[in-house]
Design a protein around this ligand. Structure first.
Ligand code: RIB
Ligand code: CA
Length: 308
């Protein structure tokens, strides 16, 4: 599978979750402007791959949404999109172009799934130019909401950031699972949910604990109490085990205008239009347990690697 991402604090947790999941083979990462400008999210992704000791190829994608004005979430994710969290300098080669990397991986038949953790700009651009490349590929998207937004009362951020891209992808007829706010809001961690040293000991374990703490503090500033909503990790969980969720078909439309309800998603009233699989329920305790277990594995991988 390929992960399209805009790291971003919860994206970084989702990437560690995905890399440590034995069920998933992550072939490549692509970045898209979203939580932070493109240069920042790409640097964060490159530094994370370095920290993970991963040789996964990285592609740098779209710097702006398809047609509306750019929006970011730096107010939430902080300086450089990672709230000052340390990550090592990336020694890896300069990233490829996301579209070129997507074309190569798809053309070689190496992708049966794409997990999208940010705005859908890259996938929309590929659909516009070479839709046939995505035939047969399942898309799992953290985005959208049919129950109120998080960046406005109506819109979820990944949809708000590029509504036209969301409309293009959701209307494409591809197999799409949407992990929206209805279910991600149930996947929350609070400090009291975690034991001391939640990921064990060692550099990676301490780094993960700091990352989760930064996310809890970031969300705590608006929620009034420290907590972390596992938006992007929930989408990775859906790729690992769709059985953690209940899905129902939904035919939806996206408000693509530059107005108050930019990025709002509502169910289509009339007939026509393809359905997407919309997550309507989640086994949050099982998802969280799996998430924490995998992060412990990711943290321990470094110790194992060093011991070899
Ligand atoms: O609304 C939550 C989504 O917006 C997550 O993907 C988070 O990383 C931000 O991009
Ligand atoms: Ca994200």
């Amino acid at each position: 599978m390929l992960v399209d991402t805009d790291p971003g604090l919860d994206d970084l947790l989702a990437l560690a979750f995905a890399l440590a999941a034995p069920e998933l083979r992550v072939e490549a990462l692509t970045t898209v402007a979203g939580n932070a400008p493109l240069a920042a999210v790409t640097e964060n992704a490159a530094r994370f791959l370095e920290w993970s000791g991963s040789r996964i190829p990285l592609g740098e994608g779209a710097a702006e949404p398809l047609d509306l004005s750019p929006r970011d979430a730096l107010e939430f994710h902080g300086e450089h999109g990672r709230a000052g969290l340390w990550l090592p300098e990336a020694q890896q080669p300069a990233p490829d172009s996301a579209l070129r990397l997507l074309r190569r991986c798809l053309g070689e038949g190496r992708l049966d799934r794409i997990v999208a953790l940010g705005p859908l700009t890259n996938l929309a651009l590929l659909l516009r130019e070479e839709a046939e490349l995505l035939a047969g590929v399942e898309i799992v998207w953290m985005g959208g909401s049919l129950a109120g937004g998080n960046v406005t009362p109506w819109a979820e951020f990944n949809c708000y950031a590029d509504p036209s891209a969301a409309a293009t992808v959701l209307g494409s007829g591809l197999r799409i699972r949407v992990i929206g706010l209805e279910v991600t809001r149930q996947c929350r961690l609070r400090p009291s949910d975690l034991p001391p040293e939640p990921f064990g000991r060692g550099p990676r374990a301490e780094w993960l604990a700091e990352l989760l703490n930064l996310l809890m503090q970031a969300e705590g500033r608006s929620a009034g109490t420290p907590r972390a909503t596992l938006h992007d990790p929930a989408a990775v969980a859906a790729a690992i085990d769709p059985g953690l969720f209940d899905f129902e078909p939904r035919r939806v439309v996206v408000d693509v205008a530059e107005g108050e309800r930019r990025g709002e998603i509502v169910e289509r009233s009339g007939p026509g239009g393809p359905a997407v699989q919309w997550a309507v329920a989640v086994d949050a305790p099982r998802l969280i347990e799996r998430f924490l277990d995998n992060l412990r594995d990711w943290a321990g991988a470094e110790a194992t690697r060093r011991a070899l």
